[in-house]
Design a protein around this ligand. Structure first.
Ligand SMILES: [Zn+2]
Ligand SMILES: [Zn+2]
Length: 363
């Protein structure tokens, strides 16, 4: 009797262990190189759970972040919109509290946040790096933003053109927030939607550019592949800590990245491209041509179009891959300078990043 029970217990234990092993998640890292002076980290500052109008339990957001190679994430449930309140707590801090142990287990930096959700204008605003959401639940919009800022929060404007670019214009209220130094950034990318006017404002006003998923449903990405991932923000930090990320946001050291393009400032995207791409000396030279390897060490496929005299009209530098480019030979063994525009690296609306590829001479 005793031994049968014991055997049953052992069998159960083994079955439980197998279940734990089977549930272990694999992370697919997102490859972007660091740039001089700064470490490049991958963040999503805008997600929802069942504690507002999302459809997932907060711990699921941490599992997804781990699998998809995300370093830091904010759960930003709406303050003013809680359609599941008959079934779950209306405490605005609940989603953060539920997510915290899962974030620790999955080594995800969880940033405390909320979405201040008003009509347009002013629109929707995320406050991140806050301490307590409840004081931000105030009838007056300016009071809500002030309460977030008083807690050391960083406030940014979400999806400014979601009700149409005319409705999402820069109004007096936005100027007031900006003048008070309460507004730190704008989403230039929300999901798959790019807001060129927001890109322009960020360039003009020195604001951080954000790219976020705004996920309400479960993420359908089992892992992050090079051309298949949620909208994300690259943050160029001195230190990978909560304060380090906040400082980088305040200094507008960010870029927004979606499936096939990256949106930001030339001062960050030029060194990022340079750190991503290696051009080798020709490995073969024949009568008419040089054969050159080019390697892209990043998760973004770069689309290049020639602006100079040398090189093919277009070059596609596949993400995390090496290609061979054929160049016309001029019969001279010297370094060659190829001038291109990276068309999907946007340094302003409709403006790609100018890049130079230097082919060293053959040794
Ligand atoms: Zn919103
Ligand atoms: Zn939202």
């Amino acid at each position: 009797m005793f031994s049968t029970l014991r055997l049953t217990y052992m069998t159960l234990s083994i079955l439980c262990m197998l279940a734990v092993t089977a549930a272990a998640d694999t992370r697919k890292d997102i490859q972007f190189p660091d740039i001089p002076g700064f470490k490049t980290i991958i963040c999503d500052f805008h997600t929802h759970t069942v504690f507002s109008d999302g459809y997932v339990w907060p711990t699921v957001r941490m599992d997804e972040a781990w699998r998809e190679g995300i370093d830091a994430i904010a759960v930003t449930d709406h303050i003013e919109y809680q359609p599941h309140s008959d079934y779950v707590s209306t405490d605005h801090n609940a989603s953060y509290e539920v997510a915290t142990p899962a974030a620790q287990r999955k080594k995800i930096m969880l940033i405390k946040g909320t979405e201040i959700t008003r009509g347009t204008p002013p629109g929707h605003f995320n406050a991140v790096f806050i301490k307590d959401v409840n004081p931000i639940d105030t009838p007056d919009f300016m009071d809500a933003v002030e309460a977030a800022v008083e807690q050391g929060g960083f406030v940014f404007w979400n999806h400014p053109g979601w009700k149409g670019s005319e409705v999402g214009r820069w109004r007096e209220v936005h100027q007031t927030l900006y003048d008070k130094e309460w507004l730190g950034g704008v989403e230039v990318l929300n999901g798959t939607t790019y807001y060129p006017q927001a890109h322009e404002w960020c360039l003009d006003k020195g604001l951080a550019m954000l790219g976020n998923s705004d996920f309400h449903r479960p993420s359908m990405h089992k892992r992050t592949e090079t051309g298949d991932h949620r909208a994300l923000t690259l943050v160029f930090v001195k230190k990978f800590t909560q304060d380090g990320i906040k400082s980088a946001l305040n200094a507008a050291r960010t870029a927004a990245w979606d499936q096939h393009r990256i949106i930001g400032r030339e001062e960050h995207l030029a060194p990022l491209f340079k750190a991503s791409v290696q051009v080798f000396a020709p490995h073969h030279v024949d009568e008419n041509s040089l054969w050159v390897e080019m390697k892209n060490n990043s998760h973004l496929t770069y689309q290049l179009r020639r602006t100079g005299d040398l090189g093919p009209e277009t070059i596609t530098l596949e993400a995390n891959a090496t290609i061979i480019v054929q160049l016309e030979s001029d019969g001279q063994n010297r370094k060659k300078t190829l001038e291109y525009t990276a068309e999907n690296v946007l340094i302003a609306p409709n403006k790609g990043l100018p890049v130079t590829l230097i082919v060293p001479r053959k040794r």
